[in-house]
Design a protein around this ligand. Structure first.
Ligand SMILES: *Cc1c(COP(=O)(O)O)cnc(C)c1O
Length: 395
């Protein structure tokens, strides 16, 4: 394992990101100097309250919305749960939820629990995707019903980077008076978002996918949308979420949102070029490899590549010897040999889904790192294939 002073080539930014140095600097005073409780009456706490207000403005600016519509939470998962459960409590007579087959576990597991724990009181429609990971809007239109309480569709997929047409889908839901939530954890900072012009009621984001710390998130709730808190308690967050604020992380997230706006172009030009170089290089130099996910309708930082007839986890172990960090789409670690639900939903063949690797870049990656990965990968795959009975049969 890489010691702290060893070089690490980190290409697992959809799992988590490094805290930006600017973010860390902004946070520091809030541990040992400005440690007041923002709810306190004294000026010492009041100063902290002012800083949180500033962070709320910084988040709102990135999303093109108003500070009153921003609620700080503990993570993306909490934001997702809060939005969906709020909608169900707002419309107790409506029992239908529409989502997709490719959601992050934060939404996927909640929907499964809602079916199971309530003895199928709730009905969940999970929209299909095609082989490139795209949704069929006609299937969606047909699924919208009088009984639908909420639609929850991710803005961008964490495994493939495929971007979904949430603007249009929210418009379609609004026409039927149905609430619309989007898990935008992977989209924020990578695609432009201007909520002021959209029909989206709820949007979730997470600090640690955006170069802010782990353990802080945001739920945007459109002005005028009914809201039922998930965590009740004190009057923090305008009564929308009880619990003393995670002050330093909130300050960090505000700063991270400001940086994300500044770096969006770099993400979409330089990082995208690095991603493309990596992807095209791998596909060219390694036989029986393929991209998972639509070529252009995709985040600029994500490349999900299948290397047929080898195990993703074995590939990761070999990459780990060079301190190259990425993720695999097969989940042997979770005790199942099932490949990821996202790749299965796309109908990726078994032999390819098992050998899928997700590379996810950030503004901190360099061309030298991409070249290093391109240099190492062909031999890694070739050596594993030499041991693979499936590959021999093929050859
Ligand atoms: C990481 C992630 C989440 C969960 O965010 P946490 O802050 O880790 O709870 C939810 N949705 C997507 C798409 C993610 O990538």
């Amino acid at each position: 394992m890489g010691a702290a002073n060893e070089r690490v080539v980190y290409m697992d930014n959809n799992a988590t990101t490094k805290v930006a140095p600017e973010v860390f600097e902004a946070m520091k005073p809030y541990f040992t100097e400005l440690y007041g409780n923002p709810s306190s009456m004294h000026t010492f706490g009041g100063a902290v309250s002012e800083s949180i207000k500033k962070a709320r403005r910084q988040v709102a600016n990135l999303l093109g919305t108003e500070p009153e519509e921003i609620t700080f939470t503990s993570c993306g998962t909490e934001s997702d749960s809060t939005a969906i459960l709020s909608a169900l409590r707002t419309y107790p007579d409506k029992r239908h939820i529409i989502t997709t087959r490719v959601e992050h576990p934060a939404v996927k597991s909640l929907c499964e629990n809602l079916e199971m724990v309530t003895g199928n009181k709730y009905r969940v429609t999970r929209l299909k995707v095609d082989s490139e990971g795209l949704l069929d809007l006609e299937e969606y239109r047909a699924a919208l019903s009088e009984d639908t309480a909420i639609v929850s569709v991710m803005w961008a997929n964490n495994e493939t980077g495929v971007v979904y047409p949430v603007e249009e889908m929210a418009r379609m839901a609004k026409k039927r008076d149905i609430l619309f939530h989007t898990d935008a954890v992977q989209a924020v900072g990578k695609v432009p978002i201007n909520l002021g012009e959209l029909d989206i009621d709820f949007l979730s984001l997470s600090g640690h996918k955006l170069h802010a710390p782990k353990g802080v998130g945001v739920l945007y709730t459109r002005k005028g949308t009914f809201f039922v808190p998930f965590l009740t308690g004190g009057h923090q967050e305008h009564g929308r979420r009880g619990g003393t604020e995670n002050v330093s992380s909130i300050i960090g997230l505000g700063r991270a949102c400001e940086l994300a706006a500044e770096k969006m172009e770099e993400e979409n030009v330089r990082v995208k070029a690095l991603r493309d170089k990596l992807e095209q290089g791998l596909l060219k130099s390694i036989p029986s490899s393929m991209r998972n996910g639509h070529e252009t309708n995709r985040l600029p930082n994500t490349a999900n590549i299948s290397f047929e007839f080898v195990e993703g986890e074995a590939i990761l172990l070999h990459m780990n010897r060079y301190n190259i960090c990425a993720s695999s789409g097969s989940a042997c670690t979770s005790g199942s040999l099932e490949p990821s639900h996202v790749l299965r939903a796309m109908g990726v063949p078994f032999t390819a889904a098992h050998g899928s690797i997700r590379f996810s870049l950030s503004v901190y990656n360099t061309e030298e790192e991409v070249d290093f990965v391109l240099e190492k990968m062909p031999a890694i795959i070739a050596s594993l294939r030499e041991m693979s009975p499936f590959w021999e049969k093929k050859g």
